[in-house]
Write a protein that binds this ligand. Structure first.
Ligand SMILES: [Zn+2]
Ligand SMILES: [Zn+2]
Length: 284
């Protein structure tokens, strides 16, 4: 359950049946059938209508009650052998609350909030046939169900964190290649959903150390991205097996973080008990 404070710009019903009615009304708002109103007012009307629908369908609905999380990724050590702590756990389950949050010391604001569960798969018993669902959510934080086909790729550190002499060499190497070769987007950071790797290509501000309260540097564990590749990264990062599929698998998950960013979850390599952090940035 999510017990954090929510700061929704807009909120939509989670249940598909209510969602249909909500979408129909949103069309009315966006086409001015409710009069000419500014964007913020329209968003407020849309959110109020979502609440009205949810209250109508569930008289018990309490907007202040903890919110059930939804599944985002389930990875087994046998499929992703670079996951940390194989001697203790063989299953990583990542869930999030599909709404915007006001942010905490370790969570980035205006993003879904992660929760991470390390498990031993042999102890997972009594799986629910109908998992609890939240009443409200944002469509672009609700991933399409997907099967993953993990592929190992090599990433390199963020350019800004490299020693000066290496930066100079990379600049010169980019300069020499006449085809616009780019270290960050073509070599350092693989776009798309991934585990581990290096910190992403920070777009809004420069990278800064992700330090755990124990003093250790936290490392990327999981990245939720807006799409698998785009026009700038397709040529380099689209899987060769999918080369003939053009754009069909450019965005199978259909999650959008901000205006096309990625949300990266960091973990402390010292202990699974230490609180992780999430950071929003470009990838790449
Ligand atoms: Zn939440
Ligand atoms: Zn730590």
């Amino acid at each position: 359950m999510c017990r954090l404070a929510h700061e929704d710009t807009i909120i939509e019903p989670f249940a598909p049946a209510l969602k249909g009615r909500y979408e129909a009304n949103r069309w009315d708002w966006s086409h001015g059938r409710h009069g000419r109103v500014d964007f913020a007012t329209r968003m407020r009307h849309a959110s109020e209508f979502a609440l009205e629908l949810v209250r109508g369908a569930n008289p018990e609905f309490d907007p202040d009650a903890p919110v059930p999380l939804i599944p985002v990724a389930q990875l087994y050590y046998r499929d992703v052998p670079d996951l940390p702590w194989p001697e203790k756990f063989d299953l990583l389950q990542i869930l999030w609350c599909p709404r915007d949050h006001s942010g905490t010391e370790t969570d980035t604001p205006h993003c879904p909030a992660f929760q991470v569960f390390w498990r031993k798969s042999e102890t997972v018993k009594g799986v629910l046939t109908v998992p609890p669902q939240p009443d409200l959510g944002l469509e672009h934080y609700i991933p399409n169900p997907c099967v993953v086909s993990p592929e190992v790729v090599t990433e390199y550190p963020n350019f800004h964190t490299l020693p000066d002499d290496i930066k100079i060499d990379i600049d010169a190497w980019e300069e020499r290649s006449s085809d616009g070769t780019d270290y960050s987007s073509e070599f350092a950071h693989a776009p798309g959903w991934k585990v581990m790797g290096h910190g992403m290509y920070w777009g809004i501000y420069d990278p800064y150390p992700m330090t755990c309260e124990c003093g250790a540097e936290q490392l990327p564990l999981f990245t939720a991205d807006t799409g698998e590749f785009d026009g700038g990264t397709k040529e380099r990062w689209q899987p060769v097996e999918e080369a003939h599929t053009e754009w069909s698998f450019a965005d199978p998950v259909e999650v959008t973080i901000g205006r096309g960013y990625a949300l990266q979850l960091y973990y402390c390599p010292e202990s699974e008990q230490h609180t992780g952090r999430s950071e929003n940035g470009l990838n790449p």
